[in-house]
Ligand binder design. Structure first.
Ligand code: PMV
Length: 316
């Protein structure tokens, strides 16, 4: 038996940083993201091996296997059969590009396909979220909000892809894997950053502004809210002990270029996750201008573009 699922990475416009329950991997704050349609991870499960094995883009990756295997256990139970697991992505993994989100979202959908059982999307989102908080959002299309409830997350699409088609230009400034993984880094921030409590307190305000801006298709309010929220999250990282600085010189230059474009009347804003890549969100007719400007920045190695896209689904 062979089953494949595809999931797209998502990028948060109002971000998740910190956990309220690390055992169950429940986030300390809600978040709002967009799902990126042109970037993808395909996860294929093939039964019939004696033990689980994992290949990522054709290379054996025993180091990544335990997290994927645990994610499969959560969907299929610990007595499940073993799989030859193969993951292919069309973007660099582990470089702050949410490859864990698309990988775990695709994993739970493929595992649900193997089980033959009916899972609702909310249940799959919670199972993916146990592996990676942001993965819960990749189950859904377009603009997605994740809310904390008592003991789980509630995730839903708050606007579809067609009704406000935004574009994203990703400037890759280093494809090297990140030094500290986001799970560990969040815990360090929660324990040590003097700004952490304030970050959590202010999140509701940012979520409300972003939610309203998305409902009204108010690009400038979304731009202002997303950049502010991103810089606050990085301030928490910078003020942690040890500090976590994911940026490089090109990251800063890209931020400046995006702000200059906006001052020039271009509808574009930046956001940055736990890595040095800059994601510029813009209106679709500005994409050439944003891509051209970012590709001229020293240190930008590669540019990718994407529109918004669908939630995780079975393929083939
Ligand atoms: O889901 P994780 O553990 O990879 O954490 C994601 C954290 C950020 O990407 C920095 C923010 C977010 O909300 O996606």
């Amino acid at each position: 038996m062979r089953i494949s699922a595809r999931a797209h990475p998502n990028i948060a416009l109002v971000k998740y940083w910190g956990k309220r329950d690390s055992e169950r991997n429940l986030p300390a704050v809600g978040s709002i993201s967009i799902t990126l349609g042109d970037l993808w991870t395909d996860m294929q499960l093939e039964a019939g091996t004696d033990a689980d094995e994992l290949k990522v883009n054709g290379e054996p990756r025993d180091d990544l296997l335990p997290r994927i295997a645990r994610c499969l256990d959560r969907v299929l139970g610990e007595g499940r059969q073993s799989f030859s697991i193969s993951s292919e992505s069309n973007f660099p993994v582990a470089a702050g590009l949410a490859s864990s989100a698309s990988s775990f979202a695709a994993t739970v959908v493929a595992a649900a396909g193997v089980s033959g059982r009916e899972f609702d999307t909310d249940e799959l989102a919670n199972l993916a979220g146990r592996a990676s908080g942001s993965a819960a959002r990749s189950l859904y299309e377009g603009f997605v909000e994740l809310e904390n409830t008592d003991d789980r997350v509630a995730v839903r699409s708050i606007r579809d892809t067609q009704s406000w088609p935004l574009s994203v230009v990703v400037a890759i400034t280093s494809a090297a894997p990140k030094s500290v993984g986001s799970g560990e880094a969040m815990e360090i921030s929660r324990r040590t950053s003097p700004f952490y409590a304030r970050w959590v307190d202010e999140q509701e305000e940012d979520l409300a502004r972003a939610r309203a801006a998305i409902a009204e298709r108010d690009f400038m309010t979304l731009a202002d809210t997303a950049e502010h929220n991103c810089l606050k999250m990085h301030s928490v990282m910078w003020s942690s002990r040890p500090p976590m600085v994911y940026w490089n010189a090109a990251t800063l230059d890209c931020m400046r270029v995006v702000r200059e474009l906006r001052a020039d009347g271009v509808s574009a804003f930046f956001t940055i996750d736990a890595g040095p890549q800059v994601k510029a969100v813009c209106l679709p007719d500005e994409i050439d201008r944003v891509r051209d400007a970012l590709s001229q920045v020293d240190g930008v190695e590669h540019i990718m573009t994407s529109g918004l896209g669908a939630g995780a689904h079975l393929v083939g």
